[in-house]
Design a protein around this ligand. Structure first.
Ligand SMILES: [Zn+2]
Ligand SMILES: [Zn+2]
Length: 364
């Protein structure tokens, strides 16, 4: 059987901890790219898969960067040796949304990748068309986005989810205008990048809420103009106090907790928008008063992957990092090996900083 025998972090079943398994990765076929991973970030969504993965077994991981190892027939935009960021939303380029210029709404994203990973003879799923907790990853051509070679791939990994989602939410979902006021609830990898997006958009007030003071400190470094410790009884009142009673134009909920979303609604100014970026539990519900959305012309929006245009925006984010306009180094506080990942999942209560990053070259 052709292919490569490699270790991978696999979630065998819901509710279990992931384990390190030996898998076989098949070579890329037509329209596919084989990437040798250099780094992969551990994102909150990887952890939430333990309770809500739709299929198991599944190779975890979706935020990563690496070097093209091999390309299948028909792939012309990259060649072996190119540095790429994994885009976990490759488009079909054929559905109604793709053809109408809204490929962020592609109807076929879930099924874009054909599994090229096998356990024994059985193909197994990969998370979000990627499965980056594996040293070799086969993605559809659109899932490998080339970037400049002078950006360290350990930092570039974060472009693929945290930066795309956070900076994208601010610039491409909310379309923050200069002077707009913003609240960001949750200052993890996504929230801190929303802060950066708000700063890049020249927002006015950028108010950040989190339970952890060290994250609020980082938020201030990244552009927050005010911070509020989470956990206080009436966060919305605290935000109104900071905004002359008016509330804010954009509230980003980056935690995925319904009570915080409701609190976010109460922070909105007239005409304001609540943007749901955090992944709630699949069965979560939200009771709210629709009348005020009518009379105050407010909105609630969902946001996945920051509505970015991956082929344009991921290389642009790499440029912004290199220009010093996008800060990433401070978020990368912990490096781990692939074999450490099950342990990281088992000890989530330990503080490992904003973004633990798997460094594959440290493997051998
Ligand atoms: Zn992610
Ligand atoms: Zn499509």
């Amino acid at each position: 059987m052709s292919g490569y025998s490699v270790p991978a972090v696999v979630l065998g079943q819901l509710g279990a901890l992931p384990t390190l398994e030996t898998v076989r990765v098949a070579p890329p076929e037509r329209g596919e790219v084989l990437v040798r991973m250099v780094a992969s970030g551990i994102c909150h969504t990887d952890i939430s898969y333990m309770r809500d993965a739709r299929v198991t077994p599944v190779v975890l991981g979706h935020e990563g960067a690496g070097i093209v190892e091999q390309v299948g027939a028909g792939v012309t935009h990259v060649r072996p040796g190119d540095h790429v960021v994994i885009n976990w939303q490759p488009k079909c380029n054929q559905c109604r949304h793709c053809l109408s210029g809204r490929s962020d709404l592609c109807e076929n994203i879930q099924g874009t990748a054909v599994p090229r990973v096998f356990q024994g003879d059985s193909p197994i799923a990969v998370m979000l068309n990627a499965g980056t907790f594996c040293p070799l990853v086969v993605v559809p051509a659109g899932g490998a986005v080339p970037i400049r070679k002078d950006m360290p791939l350990t930092k570039a990994a974060m472009l693929g989810c945290a930066v795309a989602t956070g900076v994208g939410a601010a610039l491409h979902t909310a379309h923050i205008h200069p002077g707009d006021s913003v609240v960001i609830i949750g200052a993890g990898g996504i929230g801190l990048n929303i802060v950066q997006g708000a700063r890049l958009a020249n927002a006015g007030a950028i108010i950040v809420i989190d339970l952890d003071e060290s994250r609020l400190e980082l938020a201030r470094q990244y552009g927050a103009t005010q911070t509020l410790p989470g956990g206080q009884p009436d966060l919305a009142a605290a935000v109104r106090k900071l905004t002359a009673g008016r509330g804010v134009d954009h509230v980003f909920e980056a935690v995925g907790v319904p009570a915080l979303m409701l609190s976010g609604i109460d922070m909105l100014a007239r005409g304001g928008t609540l943007i749901l970026v955090g992944a709630a539990a699949r069965d979560a519900t939200l009771p709210f008063h629709p009348r005020r959305f009518m009379s105050q012309q407010q909105q609630i929006m969902g946001c996945i992957y920051g509505n970015i245009r991956p082929q344009i925006d991921l290389p642009l984010f790499a440029d912004w990092y290199s220009d010093g306009r996008l800060h990433l180094d401070e978020m990368h506080t912990t490096s781990v090996r692939l074999s450490d990942v099950p342990e990281v999942f088992a000890t989530l209560d330990q503080d490992r900083g904003i973004r633990p990053i798997i460094e594959f070259e440290a493997q051998a």
